[in-house]
Design a protein around this ligand. Structure first.
Ligand SMILES: [Zn+2]
Length: 154
């Protein structure tokens, strides 16, 4: 009963349209909603009893963090971020996964602290509106852009 395990299952059987690339410790996927254009996730490969970074062995933890950083750099270059935001949350799905959001000035409108603040200060119903879902063509184009930048760094 984990949405992320379900999505990884779809990657493994070739039916996840958001899948970009497999790395050693995780999978790179484009986010379902693109209010923050270029929103990308990096999903840790395993779940089982692991729900915290500090539960990983040191070598695995450093590799996961290094790969997340590479994904963030590729995302920034592919989609033209002014600043990257990195978040590992997990009260919804405890499965380790990074939210990598390219940020640009004005992207939360006047919400937050006069337009400044984390992505989560933008109203959920706007962030997750169907208007923000990429079309099939947009999604393919985004995946290509991100793959090209990832290949340069790996
Ligand atoms: Zn899971």
């Amino acid at each position: 009963m984990c949405l992320i395990c379900d999505r990884i299952g779809m990657i493994k059987n070739g039916t996840n349209p958001y899948f970009v690339r497999e790395l050693e410790t995780g999978y790179v996927v484009i986010g379902d909603h693109q209010h923050f254009y270029g929103y990308t996730l990096f999903l840790y490969k395993h779940h089982e009893n692991i729900t915290e970074l500090f539960q990983l062995g040191k070598e695995e933890r450093l590799k996961f963090l290094e790969e997340m950083s590479l994904v963030a750099e590729a995302t920034s270059k592919a989609f033209g971020a002014e600043k990257m935001n990195y978040e590992l949350l997990g009260m919804g799905d405890a499965h380790l996964h990074w939210h990598l959001n390219p940020r640009r000035k004005g992207d939360i409108g006047n919400y937050g602290n006069n337009g400044a603040g984390p992505v989560w200060w933008y109203p959920m119903e706007k962030m997750y509106s169907d208007d923000n879902r990429p079309s099939t063509e947009e999604l393919e184009s985004m995946k290509d852009k991100l793959r090209i930048e990832l290949e340069k760094l790996i």
